[in-house]
Design a protein around this ligand. Structure first.
Ligand code: TA6
Length: 315
């Protein structure tokens, strides 16, 4: 059956849950992505078989000021509790606008949207800085999902500002106890479950059997998440984002979260491209760029190919 009009429109603005504005991106071969203007929050990424690749909780509240539980929340200007602002900053619970006149930024994708956030008076009370935060969300020809953030300091008072940042990606996995993460072996990390104590990771790929909340410092630019049951590997490539956070609340913490199902920890894993260890500082007029590229490939393509030495050689 021939695809009707909206089915293959590359970029469609429409209403989502609770009437919130969203943008649907479609790529000719069938993959799609959905972005809510609330939080510039990617809530869906599907492959060309229509399979959902991101986890969104069945209890997620699409109701400001609560952040959406799942997908890709954007943490800015503060990651986690690394500062005096609310957890993960405020960008994830602000209404962004469509950037109708973005500075030139070449792309070979037809399926992309540019969003922009500028501080409100209320924000300036909390974080007295003027900035322009541009986020481009794009679907590549092969169905890859790319997020590119450009943050510019537009303070007129000559003041620099510093921030931490994360793409807090929730990957959908078949069974967390069957998942491996490659690329973080032997790295130092801050353990959020041990008062941010610094330790060094063991030499093998990560596997999961309990709550984890670790901030890996100075990681390779490629990290792989292998989901054996689904014979699928997520390859995460990042630029300008030296750190990576790995989080799964497991059973006890899951029960304490109102917008998260008690057993949903079995089907998600957060691997977050981030800047935490060494905050970014921008002088007026300066701009920072942080890029994330996600691919989902058949596992046979990846397993073991991401030995850190090889990764470093290839990156
Ligand atoms: O990224 C990991 C983390 O900082 C954890 O400490 C956990 O709190 C998680 O984020 C979720 O945070 P949220 O504020 O969305 O409940």
């Amino acid at each position: 059956m021939a695809a009707s009009g909206s089915e293959r429109v590359a970029v469609e603005k429409c209403k989502g849950i609770n009437g919130l504005d969203k943008v649907v991106l479609r790529e000719p071969r069938g993959s799609t992505a959905e972005v809510y203007l609330y939080g510039a929050h990617v809530t869906s990424w599907t492959n060309d078989h229509g399979e959902e690749l991101l986890f969104v909780s069945s209890k997620a509240m699409f109701k400001p000021p609560k952040a959406i539980r799942g997908g890709i929340p954007v943490c800015f200007p503060q990651f986690g509790s690394h500062g005096s602002l609310e957890q993960h900053g405020f960008a994830r619970n602000r209404f962004w606008s469509i950037d109708t006149d973005p500075p030139p930024f070449p792309t070979n994708s037809k399926s992309f949207i540019d969003l922009i956030l500028k501080p409100s008076e209320e924000d300036m009370q909390k974080w007295p800085h003027s900035y322009e935060f541009r986020l481009r969300v794009a679907l590549g020809t092969g169905g890859d999902l790319m997020l590119t953030s450009r943050i510019r300091n537009t303070n007129a008072d000559g003041k620099p500002f510093s921030f931490t940042f994360a793409y807090h990606t929730y990957f959908s996995v078949s069974d967390i106890s069957e998942v491996r993460v490659e690329g973080l072996e032997t790295l130092d990390y801050l353990d959020n479950l041990q008062n941010k104590e610094r330790s060094t990771e063991q030499g093998d790929a990560l596997t999961f059997e309990s709550e984890v909340d670790k901030i890996y410092l100075g990681t390779p630019t490629k990290i792989a998440i292998l989901d054996h049951e689904k014979k699928r590997t997520f390859v995460l490539r990042k630029d300008g984002l030296p750190d990576a956070v790995v989080w799964n609340p497991w059973d006890k913490k899951a029960k304490t979260m109102a917008d998260f199902g008690d057993d949903e920890y079995k089907h998600m894993l957060c691997v977050e491209a981030a800047v935490v260890g060494k905050p970014i500082t921008l002088k007026p007029g300066e701009e920072w760029k942080g890029r994330l590229e996600l691919s989902a490939v058949p596992s046979s393509y990846c397993s073991g190919q991401l030995d850190p030495q090889k990764v470093l050689q290839n990156s």
